[in-house]
Design a protein around this ligand. Structure first.
Ligand code: SF4
Ligand code: SF4
Length: 343
C-alpha cells in the first residue's frame, strides 16, 4: 500500500503523461467527463459520476474502421489503426470498472473485436473507491463493492492523501513507473474508509432492490407481460439512457464520402431509436414498447442467459439521473414487483 499527498497529484499526472496517454475526469462547460489530461485541464476527482461513463476509453463513441480510396482504376483499402500506445484511465469508479467486464464479454468473445481488444491490452485502469455513494447508486445489487474497485490499481481519497494499491501486473508496472512520487502507507485508514463507505451504502434507497424473478430463465414470462404496455409510455425515445450507460454496447456502421475517399466508421447507436437495425424489410421492433422492452430484457434477461447469470447493468444510476421522463431500470424492476408480470 502506498500513498501520495493530494497536492502532489498534478506531479503524478505529469509523470504518467510523460510516458503514456492519460485520461481522467475533467470539468468543462460545467460538466465532468473523461478526457485526455493536459496541464491546463480542470481535473475533477470530487464529482462521483461523470455524465458519460468511461467506456469511451475502450469503446469510443465514434471511430474509423477503414478508408477506401480510389487510385486510377483500383480501390485501395486502408484499415483503421489499432491502439499501439499504452494509456492510463484514472478515476473510474467500481461500477464503471464492472461495466468494462460486461463489454469484455461481448467484444472479446469470438469473433474478437480487434479495435476493442487492442485498447484493453494497452489500457491500465486506476479506479477510485467512492467516498460518498449517492442516492441514485445501487451497485451493491449487482455484487459490486463501491469501496473496493476491482481494477489494475485501486485508490482511495482519504483526507489530504490518495492511497494506492496495485491489484494486477499492469497495476504493479504503473506503480513502479511512478514510485518516486509514492510513499509507503499503513492500510488502517483504508480499512476504516471502507467501513464508512459500506455504512453509507447500506442506507441508500435502491440498495435492496430485489432482482428475484429476473434472470435468463424468465424470458417468456417477462417478454409477454402486459406490464410493458403501460410502463413504456413516457419514453421519448431520446436514447439518453443508452448513451450515458457504461454497459450499452450497440453501434451502427456507416460510410462517409469525402471526395475520392470513403470512410467507414462506427458510432454508438441506441436500441431505443426507431431506425435501430433497420433492414430492407423494415424494423424488427416496430413500436416504442417493443424497443423499450428490448433494452431492459437485454440487461436483465438475455445478457445473463448468455453470460453465466451476470447482468448487464452495474447500478451506476446514470439513467436514474438523466432520463427526461424519469424512466429507468429501477422503475422497471419495481413495476414488475408492484404489478406482477403475469396479469
Ligand atoms: S427511457 Fe428515458 S432516457 Fe431512455 S430513451 Fe426513453 S425517455 Fe430517453
Ligand atoms: S442501465 Fe442505468 S443504472 Fe444500469 S448500468 Fe446502465 S445507466 Fe447504469
Amino acid at each position: 500500500m502506498f500513498k501520495i499527498a493530494k497536492e502532489n497529484l498534478s506531479a503524478l499526472f505529469q509523470l504518467i503523461a510523460e510516458k503514456q496517454e492519460l485520461y481522467l475526469p475533467v470539468k468543462a462547460a460545467g460538466q465532468t467527463n473523461f478526457a485526455a489530461w493536459d496541464k491546463d485541464a480542470q481535473v475533477d476527482l470530487d464529482t462521483l459520476k461523470t455524465v458519460k461513463s468511461a467506456k469511451d476509453a475502450f469503446f469510443p463513441q465514434s471511430e474509423n474502421l477503414y478508408n477506401v480510396t480510389k487510385k486510377e482504376k483500383k480501390m485501395h483499402i486502408e484499415p483503421g489503426a489499432l491502439k499501439e500506445q499504452d494509456f492510463v484511465v484514472f478515476g473510474m469508479r467500481a461500477c464503471d470498472v464492472k461495466g468494462v467486464e460486461v463489454l469484455d464479454r461481448v467484444f472479446l468473445a469470438d469473433p474478437i473485436d480487434s479495435f476493442y481488444a487492442a485498447r484493453r491490452e494497452h489500457g491500465t485502469i486506476v479506479a477510485m473507491a467512492c467516498h460518498e455513494p449517492e442516492e441514485t447508486c445501487f451497485c451493491k445489487v449487482f455484487g459490486i463493492d463501491a469501496a473496493q474497485p476491482a481494477s489494475d490499481v485501486a485508490a482511495w481519497m482519504i483526507g489530504e492523501d490518495l492511497y494506492w494499491k496495485a491489484l494486477t501486473e499492469k497495476g504493479e508496472a504503473l506503480t513502479e513507473a511512478v514510485k518516486e512520487l509514492l510513499t509507503d502507507a499503513d492500510e488502517a485508514p483504508v480499512e476504516e474508509e471502507k467501513e464508512a463507505v459500506h455504512a453509507i451504502v447500506e442506507k441508500l434507497p435502491y440498495m435492496n432492490l430485489s432482482l428475484e424473478g429476473w434472470n435468463g430463465d424468465a424470458l417468456k414470462e417477462k417478454f409477454d407481460s402486459p406490464v410493458w404496455e403501460e410502463l413504456y409510455k413516457p419514453c421519448l425515445a431520446c436514447g439518453t439512457c443508452t448513451f450515458v450507460c457504461p454497459t450499452c454496447q450497440c453501434y451502427d456502421i456507416k460510410d462517409y464520402t469525402a471526395g475520392e475517399s470513403v470512410f467507414r466508421y462506427r458510432c454508438w447507436d441506441s436500441c431505443m431509436y426507431s431506425d435501430f437495425t433497420m433492414m430492407a424489410h423494415g424494423n424488427n421492433r416496430n413500436s416504442q414498447m417493443q424497443r423499450f422492452r428490448q433494452r431492459f430484457m437485454h440487461k436483465l434477461v438475455y445478457y445473463p442467459a448468455n453470460n453465466d447469470g451476470m447482468y448487464s447493468c452495474v447500478g451506476c444510476g446514470r439513467c436514474v439521473e438523466k432520463c427526461p421522463s424519469a424512466l429507468n431500470i429501477v422503475k422497471v424492476v419495481k413495476a414488475f414487483q408492484d404489478q406482477g408480470g403475469e396479469k
